[in-house]
Write a protein that binds this ligand. Structure first.
Ligand code: FES
Length: 130
């Protein structure tokens, strides 16, 4: 068994994310299987989630990266219109109301959004670009 230190991966520049704007898509490998995720800027911070609606498991995007409503306040699932709070992932309206998106831990270092991948992958992990 090769022991490795927790590793981090760069997702994108913090400056590439506009408040309430397009999400940056990325993927992590979980047991070798890519899991699609996205990160957005909202309320002055960054928030990342697994890109899977709790209702049917589809990706939220209307078009790649388009997860926000027109006002940049809530995520809206393109499949059946569930609405999610951007800072918590909590579903506040729609068929999966009361459920939540799975949060992905990220942090900002030197202006770069970094995936703290060992947390999501529970120590299994590698990551790869989307
Ligand atoms: S799959 Fe998202 S609301 Fe149905």
């Amino acid at each position: 068994v090769i022991m490795t230190a927790p590793t981090e991966k760069a997702i994108c520049a913090r400056a590439a994310l506009q408040e309430g704007g397009l999400a940056q898509r990325f993927a992590v490998l979980r047991r070798g299987i890519p899991v699609q995720c996205f990160v957005v800027a909202y309320d002055g911070d960054v928030h990342a989630y697994v890109n899977s609606c709790p209702h049917r498991g589809t990706e939220l995007d209307w078009q790649p990266g388009e997860v926000f409503d027109q006002d940049g306040l809530y995520f809206v699932c393109a499949t059946h219109g569930a609405m999610f709070e951007a800072d918590s992932g909590h579903c506040s309206a729609g068929p999966c109301r009361g459920a939540a998106l799975v949060r992905v831990p990220v942090e900002i270092r030197d202006g770069v959004v970094m995936l703290v991948e060992d947390v999501l992958a529970s120590g299994e992990g590698e990551s790869s670009p989307a």
